[in-house]
Design a protein around this ligand. Structure first.
Ligand code: FAD
Length: 566
């Protein structure tokens, strides 16, 4: 036919961290590899993420004297996934994850450091650790990439200091928790940025990449080192089946249909379906809105999922996201995750009745789930919910797009934000009226939390009661670093949505990342990793990096499996 055809051993759909990691491993096995990305930029959500990876039993932690083991991590995952994930998959993750990152650090430009103080998200479960399983990308200098860095999806302003300066998760935590030396640290970061004259003459973009931006840039440069082709503007539309084996994919490249043949395998790494309103309504709990997602608009619309289903693949966990409360900032193209600020002392989250309904410091997945549960229980009163804080909080801490008022006072906030992003009043009664929530309920709630601030005990939800909550507490606040009175006017409210950082369900895979059919047998030649596959973490979020860690690990597993089967 006249349709353009090309041939590779392995074809990878999508260009997030999992896709890129698997391309590198496949190429190192001597296979010819092509990565196709539908958008004009590579990196997907991975590029705007924190880049953290949750790797139990990793070398970095051990090198620093940390103690972890396969068994501890297995017990922990067994408990957090509540027997919804097959043991061979858990086993594959726990054995291959440390190997994956060892491989990348020894053979590519990817570099990580251990976040020793970042606790697992469920400290009450057996096998949880108070830190050491989350790895945080080192800073990556993008100078070596030349102009290719311009093709990378830009980091969201929310992950950058002052919306432009790169910082590691370890530094960000130090500043947010106001640990000793935090002001000096900020000054140092700002000066380094300002004094990078040659880069400042050209662009606002920081030459130093951090977080997900560092991860994706270092992976991209490692692909360039190997001459692995990456086609942008190439939209996967379907798979090609031949004698029940996947033998290639159909794409639309720069507007033209093409066939790309895969001699050995296709790896779906094209993200979830969170950017597809129709699929959200089909699978996720109601109500659901694409605008609440913190992922890049238009990217992950579920094409691989739908193609897999057409080919007879099985799916799992379709009703679930990597939930996170989010806030929509005017003029920004995607919502911002509210990952940490809820836990800072002096902020509370209430529903339309003015009542708290969850421990504000809970992990973001549980927080999002609680918004839905409370919404059902109250007949629709917690979507949206409201974070309420006072002048003391405003002065000391960041919240959503606000820097602390001591750095960014209200007078320096963009004009359009008042009464769209946040509301402000001299007393709580007026604030409640402005945002149309129950003033009486709010006043009772505030009285109660102010009492808890004195005793240090949250009698309702146990806020600040474990090591995870306290990670985002303020060590200077006593007796409970996560609770302070909401007492000093003016008072503020910010609207928060039941958002997500990606969907969690998708094509069901086995321990080799092969997509399974309805009869539980692998569909030959088809692999799925990352958010287009059903998560190995089940409905849980065991620790920071539990989405990218598996995406990269199962990418590593898939590439090795393809090479072995050749
Ligand atoms: P993506 O990284 O989104 O990549 C998918 C790519 O596939 C996209 O570029 C998309 O355009 C492309 N694509 C889609 N459809 C097609 C098609 N038809 N044809 C071709 N290409 C297609 N997770 C962690 O583990 N650690 C963190 O620190 C972390 N921090 C986060 C911070 C923020 C602000 C956000 C929003 C998320 C964070 N996450 C984090 C979640 C994590 O980023 C995602 O779960 C992860 O990036 C998903 O990876 P993926 O490869 O599945 O998808």
């Amino acid at each position: 036919s006249s349709i353009n055809q090309s041939n590779y051993d392995v074809v990878i759909v999508g260009s997030g961290a999992g896709a890129m990691a698997s391309s590198i491993v496949a190429a190192d096995h001597g296979l010819s590899v092509l990565v196709v990305e539908k958008s004009a930029h590579y990196g997907g959500t991975s590029a705007l993420s924190g880049g953290g990876i949750w790797i139990p039993n990793n070398d970095h932690f051990k090198a620093k004297g940390g103690e972890d083991s396969y068994q501890l991590a297995f017990d922990y995952l067994k408990a957090s996934t509540e027997n919804t994930v097959s043991e061979p998959r858990l086993h594959a993750y726990l054995t291959q994850a440390p190997e994956m990152i060892r491989y990348l650090e020894n053979n590519s430009r990817v570099r990580y450091a251990v976040a020793e103080k970042y606790p697992d998200y469920y400290p009450h479960l057996e096998g949880a650790l108070p830190g050491g399983r989350t790895l945080d990308p080192e800073i990556f200098d993008t100078k070596c990439m030349g102009s290719e860095v311009d093709n990378q999806l830009k980091a969201s302003a929310s992950t950058l200091l002052m919306g432009k300066i790169a910082w590691t998760a370890r530094d960000a935590h130090k500043a947010m928790a106001r640990e000793r030396g935090w002001r000096f640290l900020l000054l140092k970061l700002m000066l380094r940025y300002k004094l990078d004259f040659s880069q400042r003459r050209k662009t606002k973009r920081d030459r130093r990449a951090a977080l997900g931006s560092s991860l994706v840039a270092s992976l991209r440069q490692s692909m360039t080192d190997r001459n692995i082709p990456l086609w942008l503007n190439t939209d996967f539309t379907d798979i090609v089946l031949n004698n029940e084996k996947v033998s290639g994919i159909e794409v639309v490249r720069e507007g033209e249909k093409q066939i790309i043949n895969s001699a050995l395998g296709v790896i779906f790494a094209s993200g979830g379906f969170e950017q597809n309103q129709k699929l959200r309504e089909k699978y996720l709990p109601e109500p659901s809105n694409v605008k609440w997602s913190a992922t890049p608009p238009g990217h992950n619309t579920g094409a691989a999922l739908e193609a897999g289903i057409r080919a007879g693949a099985k799916t799992d966990i379709m009703d679930w996201c990597w939930w996170s409360p989010t806030v929509n900032v005017p003029k920004e193209d995607k919502a911002r995750g509210i990952f940490a600020e809820r836990a800072f002392p002096g902020a509370i989250v209430v529903d339309g009745l003015g009542k708290r309904f969850v421990n504000e410091a809970a992990p973001y997945l549980e927080f999002g789930d609680a918004m839905y549960r409370n919404n059902a229980a109250t007949g629709g009163k917690s979507l949206p919910a409201w974070v309420i804080f006072d002048a003391n909080f405003r002065f000391n801490y960041a919240m959503g797009p606000f820097m602390p008022a001591q750095i960014q006072p209200d007078s320096r906030l963009p004009k359009g934000w008042l009464n769209t992003l946040y509301w402000k009043a001299e007393n709580l009664n007026d604030l409640a009226k402005q945002i149309q929530i129950d003033p009486e309920g709010l006043s009772q709630t505030v009285e109660r939390i102010n009492r808890f601030a004195k005793t240090g005990v949250d009698e309702d939800f146990g806020r600040g009661g474990n090591v995870f909550d306290r990670y985002y507490g303020d060590t200077n606040v006593k007796p409970n670093p996560c609770i302070a009175p909401v007492a000093k006017g003016p008072f503020y409210a910010m609207r928060i949505e039941a958002g997500d950082i990606g969907t969690k369900g998708g094509l069901l895979t086995n321990e080799h990342a092969q997509v399974l059919s309805d009869t539980n047998t692998p569909i030959a030649g088809l692999y799925a990793i990352g958010n287009c596959s059903a998560s190995v973490m089940g409905r849980s979020y065991p620790g920071a990096g539990a989405t990218l860690g598996p995406a990269m690990t199962f990418g590593y597993i898939a590439a090795n499996h393809i090479a072995k089967g050749r």
